[in-house]
Design a protein around this ligand. Structure first.
Ligand code: F7E
Length: 367
């Protein structure tokens, strides 16, 4: 997002939380032009100071605990950051702009964008999902996003603020964190192809998602803030694929067959799953002229190629170039817990190739 806004001539400020945040160095390498200021979604005062200091024309709230399984492990924190964090940003804008129930914003008001999520649709009432589809979130993350969504709408209606939500479906790129399934698979393919690993352990392979390219989606966010009226839009491709489809494409890019390497592991099955999501982005196309450019196949190809290149060139940060090495602690904690609970020799650890090898061993043993 910051990269796109910089190319559009914006002066971009990024909020950084904590002391010695390990992402700062990586951010500076990637986006030298972005000016970093301190602030935390858990701290109202810091947000007011940040808005006062920067005096922004536009505020994009993309911050969240965004890894869905983490939201069960730390449900309260997810509510605080992903849900109440939206309230704190809106309040900072409202207070700094001097808006109250009796005083509406004037011209040149700060425009606010909230990153709402297709996870709010959860157990879907209809397919594809539009701006009118009711929400039925299936995780603490989805519930927190629904709170932020309705609050953004409420500040628009209560105070006349230019506040909009983009209901974005899964958006991916080679910069995606290694805990999310697209990147986990592209990295997995690269590691297997280059001989670092033989297996890739995944959860529910039949889940279906509407996966698009993040680079296309950032244009939609900026477009939404550039309109005369604040309106919420669904942003997605309108095409859905299963995790199995994703595996098919990703492994084919490296001339591999996923059935030889993928193990289903109960550690990655969620307490409540969102089975299928598919966007109807026709309102965004008709009203603001937004359309995705990159296809699913191109996206998967790009991600696998990027990870093959990263690992072949000795990239030591194999997990996440803009995140924490080793992926998300939440995922590893869940995986480790399940692995500890599982007996040694559990068949869920075995790939199709392992089973074929075992069958061969058995046959040889019997001869
Ligand atoms: O899972 C299944 C998993 O973690 C996609 C976030 O950006 O998009 C993202 O949420 C699907 C799920 O993304 C593994 O069960 C199978 O059905 O990549 P994901 P997500 O949960 O859809 C929405 C729009 C957001 O707002 C979120 O912030 O893939 N799956 N096996 C797996 N998923 C993961 N992570 N790891 C697996 O091993």
């Amino acid at each position: 997002m910051a990269e796109y806004l910089t190319t559009q001539g914006y002066e971009v400020f990024g909020l950084v939380r904590g002391q010695r945040n390990p992402r700062v160095r990586q951010l500076r390498q990637l986006l030298g032009d972005v000016r970093l200021i301190r602030g935390d979604l858990l701290d109202q005062g810091s947000l007011i100071s940040a808005v006062e200091r920067v005096q922004p024309d536009e505020v994009y709230n993309l911050a969240a605990i965004s890894y869905v399984p983490m939201s069960w492990a730390q449900a309260e924190l997810t509510g605080e950051v992903t849900g109440l964090g939206v309230l704190r940003v809106l309040e900072a804008i409202r207070v700094c702009s001097g808006i109250s129930a009796s005083r509406s914003p004037g011209r040149g008001q700060i425009r606010f964008y909230q990153a709402s999520s297709s996870e709010m649709f959860g157990m879907v009432r209809e397919s594809p999902q539009t701006e009118q589809t009711p929400f039925h979130p299936r995780s603490p993350y989805g519930v927190a996003k629904a709170y932020g969504h309705f609050l953004t709408q409420n500040y628009r209606e209560s105070y006349g603020m230019f506040a909009v939500s983009g209901i974005l479906f899964n958006h991916e790129s080679p910069r995606r964190g290694a805990e999310f399934v697209t990147r986990k698979i592209s990295l997995g393919v690269a590691k297997i192809k280059l001989g670092y690993e033989r297996q890739l352990r995944l959860g529910n392979l039949s889940a279906r998602r509407d996966w698009g390219f993040a680079g296309d989606y950032v244009c939609a966010m900026a477009l939404m803030l550039g309109q005369d009226e604040p309106v919420d839009y669904v942003i997605g491709t309108g095409v859905t694929h299963s995790v199995e489809d994703l595996l098919d494409h990703a492994f084919k890019v490296a001339d591999l067959d996923w059935r030889d390497h993928v193990v289903t592991d109960a550690a990655f099955i969620r307490p409540a799953e969102v089975d299928k999501l598919c966007a109807d982005p026709s309102a965004a196309r008709d009203k603001i002229g937004w359309e995705p450019k990159m296809t699913f196949e191109e996206l998967v190809g790009m991600m696998v190629e990027a990870d093959l290149e990263l690992l072949s060139s000795g990239g030591d940060r194999v997990a996440d170039p803009v995140g924490e090495p080793g992926g998300h602690p939440g995922e590893h904690e869940l995986a480790n817990r399940a692995a500890q609970e599982r007996p040694v020799g559990d068949p869920r650890h075995r790939t199709a190739a392992d089973k074929r090898r075992d069958a061969g061993d058995q046959e040889r043993g019997q001869q």
